[in-house]
Design a protein around this ligand. Structure first.
Ligand code: ADP
Length: 275
């Protein structure tokens, strides 16, 4: 929540928001796994007006060395907002806000990555916000989880994240910029969908205890919807289109289905083919 509450009316007479959404409605979300060829894993996410790239490297040698842990891997996230991502040019480089967001995302991800299998290493996560319209920490964490899965980093689950908030005394989910700036509260949440554990929870503004629990419930429901989209993105990335399966593979699948033995496929020798 960047600004202070103002007289601006954020809900109309029908209880709809500035962009016509109901209080419990998410902005449109698309997630693409494997968006960058050079990273070990990556994801590109569009969420309303947010455009976010996440890239993952590792587990690899930990730098700086003094951060190494002999018992486990460390997750090091760098969140960066491009100077052209907001309407007023943002000063490039790290600032207190990006350091805070990098820290909370690193800590959230350390709860799901099976760090004990990779002592002394680092799993590096880069989040680049190309376009920002509030909720970028949730969008970044959601994209980073898909990128980690795309990199094949062993995890308990992918974290799903979404904020709830309060505008015109009404609890809503997934705040856009005006609602974030002029609303009464903002509550970003990150959960492990499989267990329901909370791995990120922040609050800005004022909520009564009842409002807090309503916001938590609504944000949790939204996280489960986002979790389904994350899984769908991975399914799309790793499913093979029927036309991509060669006749040879199809015959082998058929044979296995009929309980027949299948020979190991011969090594494809490119050099021999060229000569
Ligand atoms: P989040 O993006 O996670 O909601 P904030 O609540 O800090 O984080 O920021 C809300 C929104 O305010 C951002 O998504 C962005 O649109 C805008 N914003 C944040 N920092 C700046 C900045 N330095 N300059 C301009 N706009 C900013």
């Amino acid at each position: 929540m960047g600004g202070t509450p103002t007289d601006i009316q954020l809900l109309d007479a029908n209880g709809l928001r500035l962009d016509g959404r109901r209080p419990d409605e998410l902005r449109p979300i698309t997630i693409k796994a494997d968006a960058l060829k050079r990273a070990d894993g990556s994801a590109y996410l569009e969420w309303g007006g947010n455009k976010v790239l996440a890239a993952v490297y590792g587990p690899r040698e930990c730098h700086p060395r003094h951060r190494q842990d002999p018992m486990k891997a460390v997750v090091q996230c760098k969140y960066n907002m491009a100077s052209f991502s907001v309407s007023d040019r943002k000063r490039p480089g790290p600032d207190r806000r990006s350091q805070e967001i990098s820290k909370i995302i690193s800590e959230a991800l350390e709860h799901v990555v099976l760090t004990q299998y990779f002592p002394r290493t680092s799993v590096d996560v880069f989040i680049e916000v190309l376009q920002a319209d509030a909720g970028t920490r949730c969008a970044g964490l959601t994209a980073a989880s898909v990128a980690l899965a795309d990199a094949g980093v062993p995890m308990r689950d992918m974290i799903a994240s979404c904020a709830a908030g309060k505008i015109d005394d009404t609890i809503i989910i997934d705040l856009r910029k005006e609602e974030d700036n002029c609303g009464q509260a903002d509550l970003p949440l990150g959960i492990i969908p499989r267990t329901g554990e909370i791995v990120l929870l922040q609050m800005d503004g004022d909520l009564s205890i009842e409002e807090f629990y309503t916001a938590l419930t609504m944000a949790t429901e939204a996280c489960h919807k986002i979790s389904a989209l994350q899984k769908e993105a991975l399914r799309k990335r790793y499913s093979v289109a029927p036309e991509e399966v060669s006749d040879e593979v199809e015959e082998a699948i058929d044979a296995i289905a009929h309980g027949e033995e299948v020979d190991e496929p011969e090594e494809h020798d490119e050099k021999q083919e060229e000569s």
